[in-house]
Design a protein around this ligand. Structure first.
Ligand SMILES: [Zn+2]
Length: 273
C-alpha cells in the first residue's frame, strides 16, 4: 500500500512539480504583507524604496540607531545598506512651497543634509506650522513633498475630525516623534534603510486642541470611546495622502505612533494597516 503512494510522488518530483508541504501552498497577496516584508520594487531608485520602519524618539544618525556594538565587531558605515537621496527639483519645490503657503503653513528651507550611506535631504524643510493655526512640534526636517502630504492630511482629515469631537474643539498642534533620521527600518541592526533616512517619513505621536485634552496615538481597539473614533478617522484618512500608514496593531514597534511616509511603490500600491 505504501509503495503505491510513494510512486506518484517520485514521478511528480522527477517532473519538477513542487509538492505541497503541510496544507495549501501560500499565495502571494500584497494586502497580507507585513511592514517588514513590503512589495519589492522594480528599480533601486530612491523614490522607489518600499516603506520604512519606525520611531526613534529623537533625531539621530545611522550609528545612533544601532544597538551598541562590541568593539571588535563594530559596524562601519560601509556595513550598512545604502539609500539614495532624491535630487532636488527647483520647479517642483517652488510649486510645493506655494501649496504649503496656501494652506497656511509656516516653514523654512534649510541647508542640505548629507550623511553616510546615502542618508540625507537635499532640500530639507523645517515646518513650524503645518496649516493655519496648527503647530508642528518639535523641530522637523522633511522633504517638501512629505510636508505637503502632512499639510493636506491635516487640512482635509484631522481638522474636520477635531471639529466633529464633542464641544467646541479646534486642532492647535501635532506632535511627532521623529522626522529625518538616518537608520534602518524599525531600528533593527539589519535590513533596509528607513524612509526616515531621506526625509520621506514622520511619526505622529499626539494631537493638541483648544477646548479639550490632547489625544495620543495608542492601542485603542475596542475602547468604544470618542478617542478611538478620532484615531480611526485620522488613520483611515491618512492613506489618502500617504502611501504607508502603520500604527497600533501593525506590529510592536508602532504601538504608540502613526508612521506615515510617501514611499513610491510599483503600481502605486499603498501599504495602509
Ligand atoms: Zn516611522
Amino acid at each position: 500500500m505504501r509503495r503505491l503512494l510513494v510512486l506518484p510522488v517520485l514521478i511528480a518530483v522527477s517532473m519538477g512539480v513542487e509538492l505541497p508541504q503541510d496544507g495549501p501552498v501560500p499565495q502571494e497577496n500584497p494586502r497580507l504583507e507585513t511592514a517588514q516584508d513590503s512589495t519589492p520594487l522594480p528599480e533601486p531608485r530612491p523614490d522607489n524604496t518600499t516603506r520604512t520602519g519606525d520611531m526613534p524618539a529623537t533625531h539621530g544618525t545611522a550609528t545612533s540607531a544601532m544597538p551598541e556594538p562590541k568593539p571588535a565587531d563594530k559596524k562601519t558605515a560601509s556595513d550598512l545598506p545604502t539609500i539614495s537621496r532624491p535630487k532636488p527639483d527647483e520647479v517642483a519645490l517652488a510649486r510645493c512651497e506655494a501649496e504649503l503657503r496656501k494652506l497656511g503653513a509656516v516653514f523654512t528651507r534649510e541647508d542640505p543634509v548629507e550623511d553616510e550611506n546615502g542618508c540625507g535631504i537635499e532640500a530639507p524643510y523645517r515646518i513650524d506650522r503645518i496649516t493655519s493655526g496648527v503647530a508642528l512640534s518639535p523641530a522637523s526636517q522633511l522633504r517638501c513633498a512629505t510636508a505637503l502630504a502632512l499639510a493636506r492630511w491635516t487640512d482635509t482629515v484631522v481638522i474636520p475630525a477635531a471639529v466633529a469631537l464633542p464641544g467646541k474643539v479646534r486642532l492647535t498642534g501635532i506632535n511627532h516623534g521623529s522626522t529625518y533620521v538616518c537608520r534602518l527600518r524599525n531600528n533593527l541592526p539589519t535590513g533596509k534603510m528607513s524612509e526616515h533616512s531621506i526625509g520621506n517619513a514622520i511619526d505622529i505621536a499626539d494631537f493638541e486642541f483648544e477646548g479639550r485634552q490632547p489625544i495620543g496615538i495608542s492601542p485603542r481597539q475596542g475602547d468604544g470611546d470618542i478617542e478611538e473614533a478620532f484615531q480611526r478617522a485620522i488613520r483611515g484618512g491618512a492613506c489618502l495622502h500617504f502611501t504607508t500608514v502603520l500604527g497600533p496593531g501593525s506590529d510592536t514597534s508602532h504601538a504608540s505612533h502613526l508612521h506615515l511616509d510617501i514611499a513610491k511603490r510599483r503600481g502605486g500600491y499603498r501599504l495602509c494597516q
